[in-house]
Write a protein that binds this ligand. Structure first.
Ligand code: GDG
Length: 470
């Protein structure tokens, strides 16, 4: 690691956990791995709100070489910043759901002020040769706010979710402010080439910028690197999880309950971007069009509740439960329930065992930055008898997992056909496809993602020859 001597300072909305247990999501797993290997500081929100309505002081806990510094925010800030701007405006917009995006100036104002306050608390903790790495759509303005506080060291930014087409992004009233402020970063990382291109095209078309060789973009006097760095998983670690005793118990349990039936699995936070309604309809179509599957397959959807404070998520849960009831009502027999949906989560090891027991994994988001479930499913398979991945063309993972069965998740027929093909695929074809995907997952690991981003950040010459042009 060329930049090994520099301290890593990672910033994300939620901080920790550092261990590999519990229900940590993709971002936490990738970052905790990086921090455990290199040491450093992890900065973010504590998960708590202050009783007295003020923004809290920074509190630090140290575990080994990693310091975790968190701050509280007020209820009003949480509401405007997190539930409001981040999850009612940015999340739907960046996932191409303009129909669900809400824009109001109050949450825009709070989002900016929370970014400013995070910067004010973080800046005094920074040293000039730190590598600061800011994560995700909660903190678009944080880099420029840190510059306002006088920090002149390297700052990188990684967007975990898609960067939508400029035609969509311009609907956001603050779209120009956001992209201009992003120019304060030295390296801006995206999951895929499509996201990187969308960002560069926005700079060209909306801000009069130009694309330069080496995946750089110039706007006015300011040049930044805007490139893709696809995130991965700790593949060897995950493969070990899948043969751990806890995984084994769960694998056994699923196999026992399934008996001779083939198991189909889906694992997603309950989020409208994951295409769950369309997926359930695809499963229903399978049972309609290919009746030989009635009584011989079963579908388990694990869907831990997420952001249940927001109406769109409450509505989604209602719709999914109703649809599951409808499908079961229509096809169930006394001894067979076709579809089961579970909103409780599992430990990571248990989940690895469940993946291993499933013949097919359905990963059919309508849009997804990457989708780590697809990679985990591949890593968890038994090499002698691997399952089949059905993958949306709109998941970032699609560009690496070329031997998945790729579907258009909006097409019920396409999903049903792919499911039928997956359920009837001969062992030699399953093995051949899985081996290609395994190769990709073991090549593009979380460690690789992290090192390639930080090497690029450490190596970049600052091309700050003045503020971005107006
Ligand atoms: C965002 C982007 C991008 C799920 N259920 C349980 C559980 N999970 C874990 C999975 C996986 C993680 O949550 C979900 O990661 P994804 O990548 O699939 O999706 P998002 O949460 O939307 O993540 C995404 C990611 O950031 C990283 O950049 O890939 O595109 O949207 O690790 O296993 N974990 C446990 N129990 C569960 O029930 N323990």
């Amino acid at each position: 690691m060329a930049e090994g001597h520099r301290r890593l300072v990672a910033v994300s909305n939620r901080v920790g956990p550092l261990n590999d247990e519990g229900k940590a999501g993709g971002l936490a797993v990738g970052l905790s791995d990086a921090l455990k290997r290199r040491g450093g500081l992890w900065f973010g929100w504590s998960g708590n709100t202050t009783a007295n309505g003020t923004f809290g002081e920074a509190v630090t806990e140290v575990e080994g070489d990693v310091a975790m510094t968190t701050i509280d925010m007020s209820e009003e800030e949480l509401d405007g910043f997190y539930f409001g701007y981040a999850n009612r405006s940015l999340w739907p917009l960046l996932h191409y759901r303009l129909d669900l995006a809400e824009f109001d100036r109050q949450s825009d104002r709070i989002y900016r002020s929370v970014n400013q306050r995070f910067a004010a608390r973080l800046a005094p903790l920074l040293e000039d040769d730190d590598l600061v790495w800011i994560h995700d759509y909660h903190f678009f303005y944080l880099g420029s706010e840190l510059r306002q506080c006088g920090f002149t060291g390297k700052i990188g930014y990684f967007l975990h979710i898609p960067f939508c087409a400029p035609e969509i992004f311009t609907a956001l009233p603050a779209s120009h402010d956001i992209v201009r402020s992003m120019l304060a970063y030295d390296v801006i990382g995206f999951q895929t080439d499509t996201d990187r291109r969308n960002f560069a095209n926005f700079c060209v078309r909306e801000l009069g910028g130009e694309k330069l060789p080496g995946h750089r973009v110039r706007v006015g006097q300011r040049t930044v690197v805007a490139d893709s760095f696809p995130i991965g998983i700790d593949a060897p670690g995950y493969a070990r999880f899948a043969v751990s005793p806890e995984a084994g118990e769960h694998e056994e349990m699923v196999r026992e309950i399934a008996g001779d039936r083939l198991q189909i699995i889906g694992v997603d936070r309950m989020d409208y971007s994951k295409g769950l309604v369309e997926r359930f309809r695809g499963f229903e179509r399978l049972l309609e069009e290919y009746p030989e599957n009635r009584g011989t397959v079963q579908f388990l959807q694990v869907a831990p509740l997420s952001r249940s404070e927001l109406d769109a998520y409450v509505e989604l849960r209602r719709e999914l439960e109703e649809l599951a009831g409808h499908i079961n009502g229509r096809f169930a027999t006394l001894d067979w329930t076709p579809l089961q949906i579970m909103t409780r989560g599992f430990t990571r090891r248990a989940l690895a065992g469940i993946y291993r027991a499933a013949r097919v994994c359905l990963v059919t988001p309508l849009r997804d930055g990457m989708n780590l479930v697809a990679k985990e499913y591949v890593a968890a398979q038994d090499p002698e008898d691997p399952g089949v991945l059905v993958l949306s063309r709109f998941a970032g993972a699609r560009s690496e997992l070329k031997d998945a069965l790729v579907v258009n998740p909006y097409s019920t027929d396409d999903v049903a056909r792919a499911l039928q093909r997956a359920l009837t695929m001969p062992l030699d074809e399953r093995r051949r496809r899985w081996e290609q995907m395994r190769e990709a997952v073991f090549h593009g690991t979380a460690a690789h993602w992290c090192d390639s981003f930080l090497d690029r950040l450490a190596g970049v010459e600052s091309e700050e020859d003045g503020p971005a042009a107006e």
